[in-house]
Design a protein. Structure first.
Length: 148
């Protein structure tokens, strides 16, 4: 194992990508929920009756699919960070933009406070953490890549 792979920042970055990716992969499960389950969960979250419209179910399921695909990419990249190093940085930037955009959407919807606090801000914070760890590890990765 080279010094880069032994660095704490690099190992933390790998773990964050793997855990975040695995968590996002769980979004594949609701794709297969029957309409009654989607409606029940929607009500349990305090969001009222789920709209009984084809577009609502399409959007709910396709959003879950997109989360799962994003999770699969993050999980896959976590196993070979050096090879996909520029993509790791992009994940950081995209998470910041995604988190802040989600925060704006949540506020304009308007979503409940627990939703606003628990969605956009943690996503943006994850992006900041990814970028911080990426920057801490960057010179070692560039040196490691040059040696290959």
């Amino acid at each position: 194992m080279n010094p880069l792979q032994q660095s704490v920042s690099f190992r933390l970055l790998r773990a964050i990508l793997a855990v975040t990716g695995a968590g996002l992969l769980l979004a594949a499960v609701p794709i297969f929920f029957p309409a009654a389950v989607i409606n029940y969960l929607h009500q349990q979250l305090g969001l009222g009756e789920f709209p009984n419209a084809a577009i609502a179910f399409y959007l709910a399921r396709s959003t879950s699919l997109l989360y799962a695909v994003h999770g699969a990419l993050m999980f896959f990249v976590s196993f070979n960070l050096v090879r996909y190093w520029p993509l790791v940085r992009l994940f950081g930037f995209l998470h910041i933009v995604l988190g802040l955009t989600m925060l704006g959407i949540d506020l304009s919807a308007p979503m409940p406070l627990y939703w606003i606090i628990g969605e956009g801000m943690p996503v943006a914070a994850t992006g900041l953490l990814i970028l911080w760890l990426w920057n801490r590890s960057n010179s070692a990765v560039c040196q490691s890549s040059a040696e290959l």
